[in-house]
Design a protein around this ligand. Structure first.
Ligand code: ADE
Length: 265
């Protein structure tokens, strides 16, 4: 069971994603608990202001620190010391992740590590031009980015992280094998999949899938993974453990292998 707390100015954005399919079912079955917290609820004053103009000018609006600090203090029932939340984190309090394009790039090994290491994670979704730097300095324990592009806010990035982590919790997916063969889980892209019909509009499927020869099929799948990774993401191969058989198969491929031509996941 993992607990996710999401601090956002737009909790309504999450409804469809968190109520449907794998995540919806994982919540119903108690594998994850997701709580959405509206940062505005913690903003002081009658108008509950959550943003303000930047010191020094420059335009745009910056998220104020107080509502975010107050929200964390209320959620975790703790007072954040002047030297910063990291002190509490070192004592066992959960990590606080600020989602930002300036963060550490997310990859499957990092997703796996977070699921394994933590029982509770807080996410802060930034909006507008940015978040007051003191949130970075004295509150966030980690900053994560889901890629080198800029979203309108951290909400979609938080959904991505919660989705990627939830499906790795043992028991969430029916088939335990499914996640170990995912693209990226072993540093390679996944082999191609086919289902019925065996012939569609004159397009057949690879013979080997109908052969019933399990050992050959495993070799074929491994080679498809390797060829596809070489064609599409050769950068991944340098960071992957390859057997001698893997390496000699790769060496046997022509410079421009056809493996990258099909559509797949
Ligand atoms: N907020 C805006 N863009 C983002 C990104 N690429 N990753 C995480 N949070 C973001």
């Amino acid at each position: 069971m993992i607990q996710f707390d999401i601090l956002t100015l737009f909790p309504e954005m999450f409804a469809g994603v968190f109520d449907t399919s794998i995540i919806g079912r994982a919540r119903e079955r108690g594998f994850v608990e997701i709580t959405l917290h509206n940062i505005r609820d913690y903003a002081p004053g009658k108008h509950r202001v959550t943003d303000d103009t930047p010191y020094g000018g420059g335009g745009g609006m910056i998220m104020k620190p107080e509502p975010i600090f107050y929200a964390v203090e209320a959620i975790l029932n703790v007072e954040i010391p002047k030297e910063g939340y990291n002190k509490l984190h070192r004592q066992g309090y959960p990590p606080i992740v600020l989602l930002t394009p300036q963060g550490q790039p997310l990859g499957q090994p990092l997703v796996q590590k977070w699921v394994t290491d933590y029982e509770r994670i807080l996410f802060i979704c930034g909006r507008y031009e940015g978040v007051d730097e003191r949130v970075r300095q004295y509150l966030a324990t980690d900053e994560l980015s889901i890629g080198d592009y800029v979203l309108s806010g951290g909400e979609i990035a938080a959904m991505v992280m919660v989705d990627a982590m939830t499906r790795l919790i043992p028991g969430v997916l029916g088939d335990t094998e499914a996640t170990t063969k995912d693209s990226h889980s072993d540093g390679l892209l996944e082999y191609p999949h086919y289902t019925r019909p065996a012939e569609f509009r004159g397009h057949g499927i690879p013979e080997i899938l109908l052969s019933g020869h399990h050992a050959n099929l495993e070799v074929w799948r491994r080679q498809q993974s390797l060829a596809r990774t070489l064609a599409r993401r050769p950068d991944l191969l340098t960071a992957t453990d390859l057997s001698e058989a893997d390496q000699s198969f790769l060496d046997s491929l022509p410079q421009n292998p056809a493996a990258g031509e099909d559509e797949g996941d």
